[in-house]
Design a binder for this molecule. Structure first.
Ligand SMILES: [Mn+2]
Length: 325
């Protein structure tokens, strides 16, 4: 057992009331990882409260335990916070204060981070998903992985690898997936629910976004935006934008893409993608966000046209600094 795993199990064993959370604008890795660990801890008799700033996306509602996630405000006398899939506690959004009020913090994540946090921090940037780390973590702690937990971990891994298509899909990722498949995780069912099934409103939203397609940097950047009026017109929620950025980054000649969403809670949410070399995590960090080299996000507190101008200008300037190879 590695030292950091041992420290993490020490925190869990010593805790009476555990609070768990993950990043704002959650995806299948955030939700799947939260639910997998919550199911495992509850099976051991640990009282766990799972709180999230933002609602669970409809694509993840099928995951076992999804109905147990509570929205803010979260109150309770917790003695341990477990923060998943976050490079810093601020990624928990408005629930950061609940995390920081806990006397102990355990972080489990696979994003690159500038500064460590937590009383124990399991950070493995070679893992494709936080769910991939959790598989090893649970096994090493002697936890059994029943089919419901396997389903959650498989969803976590499949979301962050795009269904085993992205470059982060390692041999180890596939070995973990193979083990989860043997336990019974339903790959085609998870794929369909995470990536294909969608309400008509989100398809209409995609149509609106794509009709706004714009290029910058001579076609090396493609971007689109959605206003509050667009969400009303389409009858879709702000988190029903899955797949739009994949369309943008797929345009031939594009190195980086951005989708801008005007948020009802203020500011503009920006999702960034890159194809081959641009580190969009560096772009997102300029605006206080973060994520991965190929997929990142941030929120810009500015009117939509200003947010677009600022972020596109930063992307252009970083595109112009391509290292010679
Ligand atoms: Mn992740």
């Amino acid at each position: 057992l590695s030292d950091v795993f041992q420290a993490a199990f020490g925190l869990i064993d010593g805790a009476e009331r555990i609070f768990m959370t993950a990043h704002v604008n959650p995806d299948g890795d955030a939700i799947g990882s939260l639910l997998a660990l919550a199911l495992a801890l509850r099976a051991k008799g640990k009282p766990v409260t799972v709180g999230m700033q933002d609602p669970t996306p409809a694509s993840c509602a099928f995951l076992p335990g999804a109905e147990t996630i509570v929205p803010p405000p979260v109150s309770g006398d917790f003695d341990l916070a477990i923060v998943l899939d976050c490079e810093n506690p601020g990624r928990a959004g408005s629930l950061e204060s609940v995390v920081l009020n806990c006397p102990k913090i355990l972080a489990i994540d696979h994003h690159p981070s500038n500064r460590s946090f937590g009383d124990a921090e399991i950070r493995d940037t070679s893992a494709a998903a936080t769910g991939e780390i959790l598989y090893d973590f649970l096994l090493s702690g002697g936890y059994v992985i029943p089919p419901d937990i396997a389903e959650c971990l498989m969803a976590a891994i499949m979301l962050d690898t795009g269904g085993f298509r992205y470059s982060n899909t390692s041999p180890k990722t596939l070995r973990t997936a193979a083990a989860l498949r043997e336990i019974g995780a339903d790959i085609p069912g998870i794929y369909r629910q995470l990536f294909e099934d969608r309400p008509g409103g989100s398809v209409k939203l995609m149509g609106i976004a794509l009709s706004r397609l714009e290029a910058a940097a001579g076609g090396r950047i493609h971007f689109a935006y959605l206003t509050q009026g667009d969400f009303k017109l389409a009858g879709a929620g702000e988190n029903e934008t899955d797949g739009i950025n994949s369309q943008l980054i797929g345009i031939l000649g594009t190195e980086a893409s951005a989708l801008f969403r005007e948020s009802a809670s203020g500011g503009v949410r920006v999702s960034l993608r890159s194809r081959e070399w641009l580190d969009v995590n560096r772009v997102a960090r300029v605006f206080g966000g973060g994520g991965h080299v190929r997929a990142s996000g941030c929120t810009v507190q500015a009117p939509l046209p200003d947010a677009i101008r600022q972020v596109i200008a930063e992307m252009e300037s970083q595109l112009d600094r391509k290292p010679e190879d």
